[in-house]
Ligand binder design. Structure first.
Ligand SMILES: Cc1ncc(COP(=O)(O)O)c(C=O)c1O
Length: 439
């Protein structure tokens, strides 16, 4: 289908865009204008955590629209106050005060701004394998290739360090056990920059669409200690891995490490209305009790978004979706390990809860990627894999040489199996292409 409207589409050469017109959606499925049904194996952009068309959230938005659809952010409203209260309850330990934004990029933008104000320092340390959003500071903090289009970035202040990418780790990929040299690398970066100039270290506990890489055990603890030693703030970007996706309310809870600021978006409303937040600890909040917080957004704490947020959090609690994601995640990983054994084009499988990836390679020994990493141009081989999966009416996400699996947390076991069977059809194509290239 050729592009037929006047939109400019994100992350695309416009002449090559072929958008699907989606007319309606329910549960784990959505339907296009030609009447085709699609199984949503990536919850859109890994955010429709409670599934499509959940009546509780739809009704909450409708009710709020009837009473107070809009109020400026220097007022509060019952849903905004209630949501901030609920966030203080569901987030770990000392995280207690929320600054609302319209999405994840703005949440990171404000986390960075608050960290700089609270420490009186400039530098923000982030990692190459990361995405923090498409606004100016969030893009400067981003490490993966999505940042390139917006370069040059804001002058100064953003420093990149290496990643804990076990499968391709420059330090210990060939060792039987992770050596945590990746944590040493962060430490060396901080030492090299001068710890007294570093305001914050900002990272995703489970790297999102730049690789789906859970932090190695012990890594976050090392970063917490490093930050405490030097008065640096630790910021966790839990935009993609938060809100039950990995089998806990927030991914960092798997390692029992608390940040000073946590940024969230996506799952906070399951995407039904745009909303993000930077949630700060008592200590950071105390700083702003008598210092000016010099920033704001016209639509922040929007009543419709906050009403959707309150209802979404109630769904997570009532339907026990963290437990469900943990249980289904185990089933998913078991199946992914079977897939690894069966398909020679699969180099690695990994994930946590219902956030997982299959990494395709040309050769398991050399680990040469099936299609180049750090490039948004999909080559002919990967296009064939994608077509084989789509032919089954299933849509996971495809990025570089990765098949990303992040379905709604409400997905049934049968639907999960249906999705994985379709992905296997794509892997059979990849196996054939890999075998053909090898002869
Ligand atoms: C980890 C992470 N941080 C930040 C963002 C940016 O969020 P938004 O697109 O809502 O601005 C994203 C978006 O995909 C993300 O995955």
């Amino acid at each position: 289908m050729a592009r037929s409207d006047r939109r400019l589409y994100p992350w695309a050469v416009q002449g090559r865009v072929t958008p699907l017109t989606v007319t309606h959606a329910k549960g784990s499925y959505f339907w296009d204008a030609d009447g085709n049904r699609w199984l949503d194996m990536c919850a859109q952009l890994a955010y429709v955590n409670i599934g499509h068309g959940h009546p509780r959230v739809v009704e909450a938005i409708q009710r709020q629209a009837e009473t107070l659809p809009v109020i400026a952010p220097d007022h509060t409203s019952p849903p905004a106050s209630r949501l901030a209260e609920m966030l203080a309850e569901v987030t770990p330990g000392r995280l207690s005060q929320t600054f609302f934004t319209n999405g994840g990029a703005e949440a990171n933008e404000h986390a960075i701004r608050m960290a700089r104000a609270a420490t009186g320092r400039q530098k923000i340390v982030t990692r190459y394998q990361s995405y923090h959003g498409a606004t100016a500071a969030a893009m400067a903090a981003t490490g993966d290739n999505r940042r390139i289009f917006s370069e040059p970035h804001l002058p100064g202040g953003f420093v990149k360090t290496l990643d804990p990418y076990r499968y391709r780790c420059p330090f210990c990929a060939k060792e039987s056990k992770c050596t945590l040299a990746c944590a040493d690398a962060v430490e060396q970066t901080v030492e090299g920059e001068g710890p007294e100039t570093v305001a914050a270290i900002l990272l995703e506990p489970v790297t999102g669409y730049s690789g789906i890489v859970p932090a190695p055990d012990g890594y976050l603890k090392r970063l917490r200690e490093l930050c405490d030693r030097h008065g640096i703030l630790l910021i966790f970007d839990e935009v993609i891995d938060g809100f039950c996706r990995t089998g806990k309310w927030f991914a960092s809870e798997h390692w029992g490490v608390e940040p000073d600021i946590m940024t969230v978006a996506k799952g906070i409303t399951s995407g039904y209305v745009p909303l993000g937040a930077a949630i700060v600890s008592d200590r950071v909040a105390a700083f702003f009790e008598d210092h000016y917080l010099g920033s704001g957004l016209t639509y922040a704490a929007h009543p419709l978004a906050c009403a959707a947020g309150v209802a979404t959090l109630e769904v997570y609690l009532e339907e026990e979706l963290a437990d469900r994601a943990e249980r289904l995640g185990k089933r998913l990983l078991t199946r992914l390990h079977q897939i690894y054994v069966k398909h020679p084009s699969v180099g690695d499988v990994r994930g946590l809860g219902l956030l997982a990836a299959i990494e395709l390679v040309k050769d398991r020994d050399t680990r040469e990627p099936f299609t180049p990493q750090r490039s948004e141009v999909r080559n002919d081989q990967m296009t064939e894999v994608v077509k084989a999966v789509w032919a089954k009416g299933v849509r996971p996400a495809f990025r570089w040489n990765l098949v990303i699996i992040a379905p709604p947390l409400t997905i049934s076991e049968e639907e999960l199996d249906e999705g994985l069977d379709a992905i296997e059809a794509g892997l059979e194509v990849a196996d054939r292409l890999v075998a053909k290239a090898a002869v």
